[in-house]
Design a protein around this ligand. Sequence first.
Ligand SMILES: [Zn+2]
Length: 198
Amino acid sequence: MKAKELEQFLKNKMRMSHIYQPLLIRALLNSGGKATLRQLALEFLEQDESQILYYEKKIKKMPVQKLRKHGVIKIDGYLIALNLEKIPYEDRAALRALCEEKISEYLKSRGLSVWDYRMLDDSGVTGSLRHRVLERANGRCELCGAAVTDTPIDVDHIIPRSKGGATDFENRQALCYRCNRGKGNRSQINYREVRRKD
Ligand SMILES: [Zn+2]
């Protein structure tokens, strides 16, 4: 393909149902034409405003308040700052290592699910199962009603697989990215039932 042809593709041929295609092409252009899947995923993540807002809220709510109470951090205008007068180089390295150690200790005991329940929970969704669940849900998130045309919708386990939930049709519900993330891995609410009773 020549650059002109790519230009033609972008201008005339590309049919978009989301921003993914131009995002991918741009990411590849930015990285000299090639990238690993991991690099591309990071690039996508950076564009996902909902993810960024999610973490902004989360940071403000939990670690900031707690660490402030302990005098570890302070708020300095728009900035969040460590409550240290200065950070000598040797101390910084040791403190960073200690943070790393605490993180990996926790991940070892709790598993990757602290970050991404979907990695553990999304296996075994065949195309047809996904299609049937979305069809039953009229193509909408069964909690907030967002349409599959507007937002990524996950085919979620009502009872998580880690808690022995089946992978079949009955144990599935369609949840948008946001609602699914809000629900996490602990809850076992069947939103299909909740909505039916409304
Ligand atoms: Zn939703």
